[in-house]
Design a protein around this ligand. Sequence first.
Ligand code: GLU
Length: 490
Amino acid sequence: MNSTSFRTRFAPSPTGLLHLGNVRTALFNFLLARSRGGVFLLRIEDTDAMRGHERYEHALQEDLRWLGLAWDEGPQAGGTHGPYLQSQRGHVYAQYFALLLERGFAYRCFCTEHELEIERRSQLAAGRPPRYSGRCRLLTKDQVQERLAAGSSATLRFHVGTSAVVSFDDRARGRQLFRTEDIGDFVIRRSDGTPSFFFSNAIDDAIMGVTLVVRGEDHLTNTPRQILILQALNLPLPEYAHIALVVGADGSPLSKRTGSRSVQELREGGFLPLAINNYLARLGHTYDDNSFRPLDGLANTFSVDRLHRAPAHYDETQLLHWQKEAVLHAAEDELWQWMCAAAMPDGGRIEHLVPADLTGQFIQTVRENVMTPLDAYVWAGNLFAGSAYDDEAADVIDRAGKPFFRFALDCLRDDASDFKSFSGTLEVVTGTRGRSLFMPLRAALTGAVYDAKSRKVWPHGPALERLWSLLGPARIKRRLEEAARFAGTG
Ligand code: GLU
């Protein structure tokens, strides 16, 4: 198989926002295509005319773009297998419906919902699994014509047949066998003319040249039906890999309650795309090492052979770990954009706080202490907007006392160039060392102090040396003067 004939796809039904579970499917398909130099395509499965999809269709494309999961073929990108919206592919499906009817693989079913319900109930009452009896298959051509002429609406059912076995080698779960007698004739065209999922999804995979379908294991039992359709039409079968679903810590399906969030919520919460990608690429898939990787690094060794069978447990602490890594690895420009783009709760803007010539140094100083743009904004406020002390800092400053800060101002006058020599002198002059020396300084310079027991967003402040050179002598002097005034009131 040459590389561009390796084709994967993401085929979302735009019925809601993308969340971690379904975006992981998109990522796996994207990474597999990239790992093989193949094609990743996006197909929108919007066949159900009842639901209004446009908003979600738009949102999911935006989410995928934001995550960097660019599709090679699909809406906007184009390609030779379009249109890529199923709602625009009715003419394609019509040809295959006709072929199936012609070849005797499909028949019209006039059973009403009510009749089907009665049939289901009596089967259940007799201890049999509910399955369509195949009654309408026995109608003669004339009977069918009569009913159509009388205006009865009909679905189209696929004739499954009995006593055969459908088998396939699932790339994630191994060999699968399904007996056709357990399947029952199923609907491939609804009475309103729209195709059922089984049908349009299978047809499109085949004629769009998809070679590997990676999707959630909730679709596993659909696969034999889809294989039967493709075989009846002599269309090529893709390979399938059904991946275990993502579950919450308690093993239940991922939901709002178990911590699932939409991509949009994660973006608004300040997560970086590579944090999400690094996390999800390891949720049900293993790499040899746990180093942070850019997208092409994630793709290089991504392999269908490394997919897990067991359910993948969502773990918020892991996501936060990758967020921290993503912040540490991001380019300065990117981080600054990220900080500036976020809406802050008080409507303020970080670019109004950090002097333009200090943005690079600011980022270097606080990067290790920041998980979200809001953290960065709080730092910027603490460092550049003036001295609002938090309770702990106020207490530390108060206890250090006015003389401490007066001495600090004296030492600053003598030598402001470097924090080490400044603090060395202050130590000698005041006779204080270690925490008693550094905590009041940190409190004065940043308005906040590190306390291992506190539940602050940043557990460790940036090194004082770095803060020193970022703030510069004039700001340091001003902050020490403010602390001296404040300590006097305690
Ligand atoms: N539209 C289906 C879904 O969103 C696609 C399933 C598949 O990947 O085949 O569940």
